[in-house]
Design a binder for this molecule. Structure first.
Ligand code: S3P
Length: 432
C-alpha cells in the first residue's frame, strides 16, 4: 500500500468495537446460560477466530446484519462440546491464552494452534499457572509455544503472583478459577486491562477486580453466568491512530467518536496530554463499568515526555504509534519498562525503531523500550510490517508527514484486518 503526505485532515471517525471486549463477549456469552446480545461487535480476523472456536465447540452464534447485532446462544459453564479438529486461533494471542483458561475446565481433550506468529509467542505464561491449578496443559512441541494440548483434570483454587502484567494471563487464570474447587487470586506487578473482571461481574460471577493500588483480582466459583446485553465501546487502540494523525498532520481537526476510556486503557490520553496535545474529551458516559467519550483532537506543538512504570500496561498496544508521534515532539522521549513489546504479534521494539530510522527519525532501541529525539522530518521508506497490524497502522500515520514526493510503501498492509478491516477507508475519509 503506497501512502503520500497529507494535511488538513478533517472529519469524524466512528472507530470499530473494542477488540478485547469483543473477544470476551463471545467467550463469556458461550459459557453463560441464555442469550447474549452484542452490539458494536468487532468483526475483525482476531475476533472471528474466537467466534469460530466456540462454534466448533457447539455454540450457535447468529449475526443479524440488519440490527448489527451478534447473538450468542450460551450453553452454560458445562455446555461446550469437544471440537472435531484442532482449534485454529489464527493470529490472536487473546484467543489462544484466554481460551486456554476456559478449556482447562472442560471434560474433553482439545488442542489449540495458530499462525506462524502465534506459534512463536510465549505460552509458558499460561501453561505454568494453569498447571499449578491442576490443569493438564502442554506445549505439543515442548518449546513453550502453541500448539497446546489440554486434557480434562480437576482444578484447584490458588493464589498466584504473575511475573508480567498481562490481561490475557490474568483472564486465563480467573476463567480456570470458575471451574476450580475454591477461590483463586491473581496478583499482577501492575494493573492490566480489567475487561474480564468487569464483564464477568455483569454476567453474575463472584469476582473482585484489582485496583492500581492493589492489583489483585479474586474469583470464587459456584455461581452460574447469565447472558447479557452488551454494547461494545469503540476501541481506544484503534482510535489511537486517528488521534495521532490529528496531532501530527498539519492543520487538522478530527472528532473520534465513542471511544472506550477505561482507566486501564487510557494511558495514551494521559501521555498525549503530558506532551501538550490539544485533545478534548467530550460527552463522557459509562455503561457496565466501561467509560466512553468522544475525543476532539487538533494539530499540536508537542513536547517530549517519559513513559514507563504502571502506565505501560495501560498503553501497551499504542507504543508504536506513540513513538511515531514522539518523532514530532521537541526533546527526548524515553519509553521504558516495555520489554513485553518484544513478544507481541512481532518484536515491536525492533520494527518500530528500524522503520522509523529508515524514515529518518533519531531513535534507538533499548532493552525495554526506545529513546526518540525530536523533532525530525520523516521521509519515504519501504516499511517492513512483518504482517503486524499495529505496525502497519502506525506507519500509515507516519506516512502522512513524509516530506518527499515519493510515497511511503507499507508492506503487507492487508494485515490491518486483524483488528481494523476498514482502517484505510476511514483514513481516506479524512483527506480533503
Ligand atoms: C489483550 C491484552 C494485551 C494486549 C492485547 C489484548 C487482551 O496483551 O496487548 O492486544 O484482550 O487481554 P497482554 O495481556 O499479553 O499484555
Amino acid at each position: 500500500m503506497k501512502l503520500s503526505h497529507a494535511s488538513h485532515l478533517r472529519g469524524e471517525i466512528n472507530v470499530p468495537g473494542d477488540k478485547s471486549i469483543s473477544h470476551r463477549s463471545i467467550m463469556f456469552g458461550s459459557i453463560a446460560e441464555g442469550d447474549t446480545e452484542i452490539r458494536g461487535f468487532l468483526k475483525s480476523a482476531d475476533c472471528i477466530s474466537t467466534m469460530n472456536a466456540f462454534r466448533a465447540m457447539g455454540i450457535e452464534i447468529e449475526e443479524d446484519t440488519e440490527t448489527e447485532t451478534v447473538i450468542v446462544h450460551g450453553k452454560g459453564l458445562h455446555g461446550l462440546s469437544a471440537p472435531s479438529d484442532i482449534i485454529d486461533c489464527g493470529n490472536s494471542g487473546t484467543t489462544t491464552r484466554i481460551l486456554s483458561g476456559i478449556l482447562a475446565g472442560q471434560d474433553f481433550e482439545v488442542s489449540l494452534t495458530g499462525d506462524a506468529s502465534i506459534q512463536r509467542r510465549p505460552m509458558k505464561r499460561v501453561i505454568e499457572p494453569l498447571s499449578r491449578m491442576g490443569a493438564k496443559i502442554s506445549s505439543v512441541k515442548g518449546n513453550g509455544c502453541a500448539p497446546l494440548k489440554i486434557e480434562p483434570s480437576e482444578l484447584h483454587g490458588i493464589s498466584i503472583k504473575t511475573p508480567v502484567a498481562s490481561a490475557q494471563v490474568k483472564s486465563a487464570i480467573l476463567l480456570a478459577g470458575l471451574y476450580a474447587d475454591s477461590a483463586t487470586r491473581v496478583t499482577e506487578p501492575s494493573l492490566s486491562r480489567n475487561h474480564t473482571e468487569l464483564m464477568l461481574s455483569a454476567f453474575g460471577a463472584d469476582i473482585k477486580a484489582g485496583t492500581f493500588e492493589n492489583p489483585t483480582a479474586e474469583i470464587t466459583p459456584g455461581k452460574a453466568l447469565h447472558g447479557q446485553k452488551i454494547n461494545v465501546p469503540g476501541d481506544i487502540s484503534s482510535a489511537a491512530y486517528f488521534i495521532g494523525a490529528g496531532l501530527i498532520a498539519e492543520n487538522s481537526e478530527i472528532l473520534v467518536k465513542n471511544v472506550g476510556i477505561n482507566p486501564t486503557r487510557d494511558g495514551l490520553i494521559k501521555v498525549f496530554k503530558a506532551m501538550n496535545a490539544d485533545l478534548t474529551l467530550l460527552n463522557e458516559r459509562e455503561e457496565a463499568g466501561e467509560k466512553t467519550a468522544d475525543i476532539l483532537v487538533k494539530t499540536s506543538s508537542l513536547k517530549a515526555c517519559e513513559i514507563g512504570g504502571n502506565l505501560i500496561p495501560t498503553l501497551i498496544d499504542e507504543i508504536p504509534l506513540i513513538a511515531v508521534v514522539a518523532t514530532q515532539a521537541e526533546g527526548t522521549t524515553v519509553i521504558k519498562d516495555a520489554a513485553e513489546l518484544k513478544v507481541k504479534e512481532s518484536n515491536r521494539i525492533d520494527l518500530t525503531v528500524n522503520n522509523l530510522k529508515a524514515m529518518g527519525a533519531d531513535i534507538e532501541a533499548t532493552d525495554d523500550g526506545m529513546i526518540i529525539r525530536g523533532k525530525t522530518p520523516l521521509h519515504h521508506a519501504a516499511i517492513n510490517t512483518a504482517k503486524d497490524h499495529r505496525i502497519a497502522m502506525s506507519f500509515a500515520i507516519a506516512s502522512l508527514i513524509n516530506e518527499d514526493v515519493q510515497p511511503t510503501d507499507i508492506q503487507d498492509a492487508g494485515c490491518v484486518s486483524i483488528s481494523y478491516p476498514d482502517f484505510f477507508r476511514d483514513l481516506a475519509s479524512l483527506k480533503n
